[in-house]
Design a protein around this ligand. Structure first.
Ligand code: HEM
Length: 402
């Protein structure tokens, strides 16, 4: 029996963080898409590794796990990120999940999305570019990709402008829960008090923003409790802010290092949606999530005992050679076949349209405002991390347009 610890707790651990894709490809080649072991680096805490650990790495295996929420249950989040954000739809299943998701999704109506683009996203992105466009150089992670989803979320929630620095700091502390858990707990408590105050204000004076929508959301006379609201708001930080800043950083990095494709997008903005989808396929911001098996089951020929923990490897599924030709190449012109970066089934990302729209607007505005953009190679910018991946910095030089 193969030991996952031997697989990853070795000199290869660093390589796995830098680029886990060769390891994913090896596992797809050597197995039928599912194996006993892990795609994560457990070398830091091998004792914490669950005994019955399996990994799904083919597209079909990952897709089946996502679509069978009865057998592959997401309660596992209660013991991980749920400790920091509280009980949310991410860890619910079945009717409870359905009812709850219907209530919170009222804040993400397509009507709102159409309004958010001109009223919130474009002004936020434009103002941000104004802040660095005359400098001729910037770190696009620090100055742009991290900052725009934070500002967008804060505006969509209807938070006062002056609270942005405080909110940004607490958001970073919360999403860094895997490295500084004590500070993340403190941030979580501070955000709870802050959101409770915002909820209270909307009860006395209704507003047209996400918090206002959550406060008034009602199905069959049922309203959301305060705890459900502030937990959902805290969920939006890792779910909506971290994923979007990382995926837009990945896309910019990929375009800046594939100059012919960058030039094509610059000349034809209609290519931006295809570039976004290919960026999400090729470098998903979140490579792996987990599920529990609620009963003994078979997955791609492998018997998983009841209680198994499964690494659901989105990153590997997105490079499955049985689904995409030249799957290990970034190619915005490829025949479009849906990726699985937004998951599938009942937990399919609730913010996928917002994420796509934010990224499109960010790329459009950037291309409108700056030209001759070059990565500064001396700083060795690159994408890294597992399970969250993105460039830590994107130092660039450029000329302002006009
Ligand atoms: C490129 C950006 C994004 C990616 C790649 C992404 C990816 C995902 C994935 C993989 C899941 C499923 C997790 C699981 O089942 O274990 C998910 C769920 C979710 N996402 Fe996103 N997401 C993105 C942006 C957003 C945004 C912008 C928001 C909202 C502001 C958002 C809100 C949510 C919520 C609320 C869920 C939970 C849905 C449920 O459990 O029913 N996401 N996302």
């Amino acid at each position: 029996m193969e030991s996952p610890v031997q697989d990853v707790a070795s000199d290869e651990a660093a390589d796995l963080l830098r680029d886990p894709y060769p390891f994913f490809a090896k596992k797809r080649r050597e197995t039928g898409g599912v194996f006993r072991g892990s795609v994560m680096d457990w070398s830091q805490a091998p004792d914490a590794m669950p005994e019955n650990l399996y990994a799904a790495v083919s597209f079909d295996a990952v897709n089946r796990v996502f679509r069978d929420g009865k057998v592959f249950n997401s309660h596992i989040y209660d013991n991980t990120i749920g400790l920091f954000i509280g009980p949310t739809i991410l860890a619910m299943e079945g009717k409870k999940h359905w009812d709850h998701r219907n209530l919170v999704s009222s804040a993400f109506k397509s009507k709102s999305l159409a309004r958010w683009e001109p009223e919130v996203v474009r002004p936020v992105v434009t103002a941000l570019i104004d802040e660095f466009v005359e400098d001729g150089r910037a770190d696009l992670v620090r100055d742009f990709t991290f900052e725009f989803p934070t500002r967008v979320i804060s505006k969509l929630l209807g938070l006062p402008e002056d609270d942005l620095p405080w909110f940004r700091k607490r958001a970073v502390e919360l999403i860094s829960y895997h490295v500084r858990y004590k500070r993340a707990f403190e941030a979580s408590a501070a955000l709870k008090d802050y959101f409770l105050d915002q909820i209270e204000q909307r009860r006395s004076k209704p507003t047209e923003d996400i918090i206002g929508d959550l406060v008034s959301a009602e199905i069959d006379g049922e309203k959301l409790s305060d705890e459900s609201i502030f937990s959902f708001l805290r969920l939006l930080l890792p779910a909506g802010l971290e994923t979007t800043y990382r995926s837009s950083g990945n896309l910019l990095y990929l375009l800046l290092t594939h100059r012919d494709q960058f030039a094509a997008v610059q000349n034809d903005r209609d290519l931006i949606p295809a570039a976004i989808e290919e960026g999400l396929r090729f470098e998903t911001p979140l490579t792996t999530v987990q599920r529990y098996a609620t009963e003994e089951t078979e997955l791609e020929g492998v018997t998983l005992p009841r209680g198994s923990v499964i690494d659901v490897c989105i990153g590997s599924a997105n490079r499955d050679e049985n689904r995409w030709e030249r799957s290990e190449e970034f190619d915005i012109f490829r025949k479009r076949v849906p990726h699985i970066s937004f998951a599938a089934g009942e937990h399919t990302c609730m913010g996928l349209h917002l994420a796509r729209m934010e990224t499109r607007v960010a790329v459009e505005c950037l291309l409108d405002r700056i030209t001759n953009i070059e990565l500064i190679p001396d700083d060795n910018p690159h994408i890294a991390g597992q399970p969250f991946r993105s460039p830590t910095a994107l130092p660039v030089t450029f000329d302002p347009v006009g």
